[in-house]
Design a protein around this ligand. Structure first.
Ligand SMILES: C[S@@+](CC[C@H](N)C(=O)[O-])C[C@H]1O[C@@H](n2cnc3c(N)ncnc32)[C@H](O)[C@@H]1O
Length: 239
């Protein structure tokens, strides 16, 4: 039997936090890829460097959002915070197309879009792309919860991933996560509290945070709220 997640095996495949379901692009999203990707999209090949500051016209602190979904909360946040630049990361093409259309419609100057796997982008060089200490903040809102025990290894918040986030964050930079899946919230807390040399919990050790006003509600969050789910925010500062 081949163990595909074991790097010592010849057919090793990294465990991914997503399953690509391409979904259909609407006509508008197709047009967005043709007309707007050249203006607002950031192409990146694994194994090549990417200076996140150079992606924008104005050099300002950069916030990276992982898994923006349809991008509506990211567009709202970027539009309300013009003094920082926002780089949105998503693997799902229709979501990327949707956000490109919003950037055009709302005329948002400080937001760019990448279609890439965060696990790959955040790896240290030579595999990954971001220089150390190049980000002011990393935000991860409602990552796929992977509720089944056998899928827990797919959860993006793992010690190795968080060490890569810490590497990319500038000292004093912020990691902000939110989830409506209580067992995943506890898992995140456990992973982050075990890294006291890298991260300090801004709410005090072992505590969740009230949703900061700067985080607009997301599509996935609203769905959870309709199901009666409580939302957990975690805000950690890079030491
Ligand atoms: C549950 S959805 C939440 C979307 C959005 N943040 C919201 O709250 O509405 C999680 C998203 O993360 C994206 N995703 C999962 N793993 C990713 C990765 N490694 N890199 C980039 N995006 C990822 C998925 O494609 C999906 O759109």
């Amino acid at each position: 039997m081949i163990h595909r997640d074991d790097p010592s095996q010849p057919h090793h495949r990294p465990v991914r936090s997503f399953v690509l379901r391409e979904g259909r692009l609407t006509a508008g999203q197709r047009r967005a890829f043709e007309a707007l990707w050249p203006r607002f999209g950031v192409a990146w090949q694994p194994g090549t460097p990417l200076d996140p500051v150079a992606v924008f016209n104005v050099p300002q602190p950069v916030v990276l959002e992982i898994g923006f979904g349809n991008g509506e909360s990211l567009a709202a946040q970027a539009a309300a915070d013009p003094a920082r630049n926002y780089l949105g990361l998503e693997v799902h093409r229709p979501g990327v197309g949707h956000l490109l259309l919003q950037i055009e419609r709302l005329d948002i100057a400080n937001l760019r879009v990448m279609r890439a796997d965060a696990g790959a982008l955040l790896q240290p060089p030579p595999a990954g792309g971001l220089p150390a200490a190049s980000l002011a903040a990393v935000q991860l809102f409602f990552p796929d919860p992977w509720p089944k025990q056998r899928h827990h290894k797919r959860r993006i918040v793992q010690p190795a991933f968080m060490r890569n986030v810490a590497r990319a964050l500038a000292p004093g930079g912020v990691f902000h996560a939110a989830t409506d899946w209580a067992p995943y919230a506890e898992h995140m807390l456990q992973v982050l509290e075990a890294m006291p040399a890298l991260f300090e919990n801004t709410a005090g050790a072992g505590r969740f945070t009230e949703r900061p006003a700067s985080r607009p509600p997301t599509k996935f969050e609203r769905r959870g709220e309709r199901l009666g789910h409580r939302v957990f925010d975690l805000v950690y500062r890079r030491r």
